[in-house]
Design a binder for this molecule. Sequence first.
Ligand SMILES: Cc1ncc(COP(=O)(O)O)c(C=O)c1O
Length: 477
Amino acid sequence: MGLLERGVEDSMSRDERNALLARAARHGQVYLESVADRPVAATAAGADLRSALGAGMGETGTNPGVVLDALAAAAEQGTIASQGPRYFGFVIGGSLPVATAADWLVSAWDQNSAVYAMSPLVSVVEEITAGWMRDILALPEHRGVGFVTGCQMASFTALAAARHDVLRRAGWDVEANGLTGAPAIDVLVSEESHYTIFMALRLLGLGAARARRVPTDGQGRMRADELSRMLCESTGPCIVCAQAGNVNTGAFDPIAEIAALSRARGAWLHVDGAFGLWARTSPVLGRLASGLEGADSIATDGHKWLNVPYDCGIVFCSHPEAHRAAMSLAAAYIVSDAQERDPHEFVPEESRRARAVPVYAVLRTLGRDGLRDLVERHCSHARRMAERLAIDPAVRILNDVVLNQVLVRFERRQGDADALTRAVIAGVQQEGTCWLGGTTWHGMAAMRISISNWSTSAQDIDRSAEAILKVLQDVRL
Ligand SMILES: Cc1ncc(COP(=O)(O)O)c(C=O)c1O
């Protein structure tokens, strides 16, 4: 009898299933136990991984334990140790143990989080978690909250609500009629908006290139005086996109001023706070993000600074009707309960993972103090890293280290500083103590160091700074 005839119950006994899950858990534990000590970069190339994993889907299938073992063996070499304490690339937070464990439960439960009828648990967890976040981030109570895959989708969702609202006020129903013949929307973005804002604008038919770019200052902050001038030139429906946390410098746009200007103009203000939003958990750092409560929508990530596993983005929207109108479309067979939260009303997807569960687990485990400590500790590590590196006269820290980002350039008295900086980045990536990436900042090659993993210690910072300076000393151009 084949698998299908035998039925799911017979195809794997309870003991076999338990053994398989225990095997996966063991592989996960072994991986996490070694992640701090292994080279941070992957040690296998794509070709190695293809030959390790590419063969083996035969007609008759393979024992599931063997499949898991093959994946785990390939992961040892093919993954980047971004779960480890010395990964400083992009803005990638490692996952807190409780978040990983809660995510395993999510997989075991396998809930569809679209509507309350499909999973009362997920609906209620989303509701509670949304309330806790509004509270710790000091955001108004009426804000709608949706859980999406990442900050790009959070901005997409928010800007869909913005598009609805500004066009509704101009007498146009975009959901019914699309954009053909609609009044033009003037979209103002920062010159240094994250590229995912442009992706969201593209997907919404608002055009990436049409958006007008507001000049920024030396730290990458939107200039409020320039925004004011550009808003004066603008007529009709208008959306402003600001950011809390520049991906290179960590700098915050002057949100309070921008919010006041947007409000006076009747523009919708959207803020990309992918990681910077979490500064509001700290009384000291929160000042950087003051005025954010006045934004019409905010996008952020859970999988960055909140240290939940991929994937998790979160959208906050101050206008529940616009949010719902942009995101929901009824169908006769989808049962809605007026008293309960239907998670799909706040996001573009229908069937989806229970992403709020690891967020719930982190917030409840850390509490207010733990969260503030996590964020403040990373910022203090960033300052420590900048200080340690600056000991070498060839190091130039390009940004004011106000948050968890450090931007570094290497310059010797003679020679090409761009080439030197790129060579140091490549050398550090190869050396393996830590991992960080490069960027071009205001026309200069620079090293980006982003600190957002719960397990990073002061010793990890010192060890990494030492390794970076050693590579610098060894680079001969
Ligand atoms: C400022 C900013 N906005 C948006 C994003 C995009 O986030 P995601 O990849 O989760 O969609 C990032 C990612 O680094 C970011 O730093």
